[in-house]
Structure formats: structure tokens, C-alpha cells
Design a protein around this ligand. Structure first.
Ligand code: 5RP
Length: 247
């Protein structure tokens, strides 16, 4: 279980990017130490996972780990892997993923996670579920006592079904909002060609496993960002050291 009291003591201070970037780098470096020669590695999406891809590339470049193949969870991860010299293969060409690294938007004390801030949670869930070991990399600002109090649940939705899905999400007690692109007046479209709806649940999420199941039962929903029982390890970088808490 996570030592929440220790983490929350410095969490407010750590939520600025000035603090976060070195923390993300520290946790990314620590994570890639878990990679052994010959492994098939899942590559997550987002700024923290990108640092892990870069650090993995450095290890490979220095000859410290050999024969690594990687499965990317997004175009972003695939492009970065190529840039940093990490060989990628198609998910359907491998039977197993030995270890997957990924970031998260929120993590609770049971290692349940909200993901999808980068709109890649559908492919991330496939890869993370397939991995023998999924390692989540976060700075301490992401560790929360209860999921959903601050971050909404991202839901990938078929554009064809956007209106009925929005209504069903309201029926579940949610406050859905279609995610829009920053500079264009239009919706974010995922790598899989779908829309993303961010759903706030006022008062937080009481039963994350049940909510994950109920959202995915809505016709037109592709996948939601609640990752329940999927994660085996969480590495939390704390401000007061390169120290990494291993949950
Ligand atoms: C992408 C994700 C990301 O891992 C999550 O949003 C965390 O991103 P960052 O490391 O940039 O804070 O789930 O879909």
C-alpha cells in the first residue's frame, strides 16, 4: 500500500512543472533498470512514459541491454522509440509483453489508476493488461486518496454514437464533456479515430471496478481510463531526493 501521509505532505508543492520534470526524469531512470536483455517492453504514452522511452534508448545505445523489442501504445510512443533507437514491433507479432512502462493521471493506494490524459488509454489498457508486469511511473502529485476527486475519467467513444453515450454517462451520475483540441475548435481525435469524453464524478469514485465495468457496457464506448487490478508496481518520485518510493 502507498504511504499516503508521507506523499501528501509535499504534494502541493510538487504540482508545479518546475518540480515535476526532474521527478519524472528520476522515476523514468529508475524504471528502465528493470529491463533485462531479450525482453519485450510495452511503451506507454505521455511525458513521463516518453522519458522512460528515452532512458531505455540510452541503455540500449550504451549496450547495457540487448535484444529489446518494444510495443508502442500510440503514434507518439512509436515515433519517440524510433528517435531514441528502440526497436518496435506490432502487438500482434508478440505473444507476451514482459514489462510495460506507463504514466498515469491519478493512482490510489490500491494501485488503481486513471489514465487517458493523453487520449491513448485504449491501446495502453491492451498493452498493460497483456504485460506480465505493468509499472506505473508518477511523481507524487498523482497519488490520491480516492480516484476521481480531481481528474475526470477519459472515455473513448465512437463518433457515430457520441450523443447516446453522453446521455448514458449522465445516467451513471457523470458530468461528461467532449475533449476539444487546444488550438482548433474541434474535438480531439484519438489514434484509433474516435472521440474522447472526460467524465467528472462529483464526490469522487466510490467503486472504481464497478464504474469501469458499467461505462464499458454502454454501446458506443470503446474503452475508459479506469485501470483496475492491472498494475503490479507503482514508482513514485518524491521531491526530497532522487529517492523513489516503490509501492
Ligand atoms: C496517456 C496517459 C498518460 O500516461 C497520462 O496522461 C500521464 O501523462 P504524463 O506523464 O504526461 O503526466 O494516460 O493516455
Amino acid at each position: 500500500r502507498v504511504n499516503l501521509s508521507r506523499i501528501s505532505a509535499v504534494a502541493a508543492e510538487s504540482s508545479s512543472p518546475v518540480f515535476q520534470d526532474p521527478l519524472k526524469r528520476a522515476v523514468a531512470k529508475k524504471a528502465v533498470e528493470l529491463v533485462k536483455p531479450g525482453m519485450i517492453v510495452g511503451l506507454g504514452t505521455g511525458s513521463t512514459a516518453s522519458m522512460a522511452i528515452e532512458e531505455l534508448g540510452k541503455l540500449i545505445g550504451a549496450g547495457k541491454v540487448k535484444d529489446i523489442q518494444a510495443v508502442a501504445t500510440s503514434y507518439q510512443a512509436r515515433v519517440l522509440a524510433r528517435q531514441f533507437g528502440v526497436k518496435t514491433v506490432d502487438l500482434n507479432d508478440v505473444n507476451v509483453i514482459d514489462i510495460a512502462f506507463d504514466g498515469a493521471d491519478e493512482v490510489d493506494g490500491q494501485m488503481n489508476v486513471i489514465k487517458g490524459g493523453g487520449a491513448a488509454h485504449t491501446m495502453e489498457k491492451v498493452v498493460n493488461t497483456m504485460a506480465k508486469k505493468t509499472v506505473i511511473l508518477v511523481d507524487q502529485s498523482k497519488v490520491v486518496p480516492q480516484l476521481g476527486l480531481t481528474f475526470p475519467v477519459p472515455v473513448e467513444v465512437l463518433p457515430f454514437a457520441i450523443s447516446p453515450v453522453l446521455r448514458s454517462l449522465v445516467d451513471l451520475g457523470g458530468e461528461p464533456e467532449i475533449r476539444s483540441a487546444l488550438r482548433k475548435d474541434g474535438p480531439v481525435i484519438t489514434d484509433l479515430g474516435n472521440m474522447v469524453v472526460d467524465v467528472r464524478f462529483p464526490g469522487g469514485i466510490k467503486d472504481p471496478a464497478e464504474l469501469e465495468r458499467r461505462i464499458n457496457m454502454i454501446p458506443g464506448v470503446v474503452e475508459n481510463g479506469l485501470f483496475i487490478g492491472i498494475v503490479q508496481t507503482v514508482l513514485v518520485a518524491t521531491k526530497d531526493a532522487e529517492e523513489t518510493l516503490i509501492i
